[in-house]
Design a protein around this ligand. Sequence first.
Ligand code: 5GP
Length: 211
Amino acid sequence: MSSSQAAPGSPRGILFVVSAPSGAGKTTLVERLVERIPRLRMSRSYTSRAARPGEADGVDYNFVARDRFEQMIAGGDFIEWADVFGNLYGTRAPDTERLLETGCDVVLVIDVQGARQVRGRAIETTTIFVMPPSFAVLERRLRGRSQDSEEAIQRRLRVAREEVAAYPEYDFIVVNDEVDDAVERLGGIVLAERARRGRMREQAEAILRTF
Ligand code: 5GP
């Protein structure tokens, strides 16, 4: 067993939710984070949108047809799902559950609407909002993405204003000014959550018994 795998019978993992406006760089941050921290996994969402060049099914997303996605909604498959820019995105409950049961901590990288649904289900979760340093920086980053039309950029910026205004709903805020620093701060949050007394009780009691 590698050090990144949880031992059988280990306690249930922690569910983290990371949201940010489109272009704030959250996927890059979380990809780096899971490389750096053992026993931390990024959940793979389902989406009805078409794969972009360079994206692969089962890697970036599970790409499914819209009618299949709608069947999955009807079947109650999702912990949360949302319509983002006209495409459907969702987190399939059994996928997340399986990972948490192995003791791995799981990060959902989802939008503000999805985060509200997770909270609404009274699922224990730690939520993190990633902010760009300013509106101007976000605009510059979005324009740097070659494939977006001017109309798409304007729409993303409008939605971004609404999303950033939702930051008070989150437990932690990370400003993505510099990637390495932001990953470091995200990692700090994960490690602090793991160190909570409630989660450390079994180990602490075992240590106490040696005294
Ligand atoms: P993109 O199409 O650029 O990959 O993602 C667009 C938006 O959808 C991003 O804000 C992303 O966080 C969000 N998103 C991706 N997967 C999910 C998901 O499973 N649920 C929800 N609610 N949003 C998601």
